[in-house]
Write a protein that binds this ligand. Sequence first.
Ligand SMILES: Nc1ncnc2c1ncn2[C@@H]1O[C@H](COP(=O)(O)OP(=O)(O)O)[C@@H](O)[C@H]1O
Ligand SMILES: [Mg+2]
Length: 239
Amino acid sequence: MKNNILEVRNVTKSYPVYSQLLHTKITKKIVLKNITFSLEENTALGVLGPSGCGKTTLAKIIARIEQPDSGEVLFEGRNIFSYPNKTFACMVQLLFQNPYSMLNPKLNIGFLIKERVRQYFKLNNTKVEDSTVNKKISELLETVKLSPDVLKMYPYQLSGGQRQRVAILLVLCLYPKLLILDEPLSALDVSLQAQMLNFFAELKQQFKFSYIFITHDENLAEYFCDQIIKIENGEILTK
Ligand SMILES: Nc1ncnc2c1ncn2[C@@H]1O[C@H](COP(=O)(O)OP(=O)(O)O)[C@@H](O)[C@H]1O
Ligand SMILES: [Mg+2]
């Protein structure tokens, strides 16, 4: 039997709603209600639901970007907030809907990637020479099937597909055990979507991570995920 990598237990989250006139908090909007599910290691979970149902909020809670009002999230059996930041960075990584949000427009791709790879070695307390960093970068470029030419480019010069692959490289390079893909394909044209998902399935085997694939496309989720949950109005729909 496989172990659970992730357990989400009774997670509830609300956001305050402010009065525009008085600038005071007048009420709260409940976005997630009592969400409970678990995920086994090396599996893919699809999270389906219409826009505004709380999918990104759930992703942010699992990635520790937001705190739940109540309930808890366990990673490998321990509350996620019990892990030091350094450790957590190598456990859970979130790939956002818009890869632009990960890329500083003023920095060339080579610089961005180098910083990330250095961070990886730093997290593992390893002092490294430039040649080791460069070797790692070449390996990663090969993994995500990007030509070294992109290193000289700036984010605006990349195609949608290249931008997506750079964003994937930046998250993969920390070797996370869980990857959360928040509608990662919505910025791509249809022909690239299936190609990208096949690629994720390959990477999952190679890197042995689990992933949560957030989408509103039921067919894609059915095809690429081992397990699916549907959210509507902040609650998990039972089939
Ligand atoms: N930081 C925030 N402050 C207030 N309301 C928010 C915030 N983030 C999200 N919301 C609201 O929570 C609801 C769910 O948002 P979200 O999780 O982004 O949905 P989805 O990703 O499924 O489209 C939406 O109504 C959204 O407006
Ligand atoms: Mg969203």
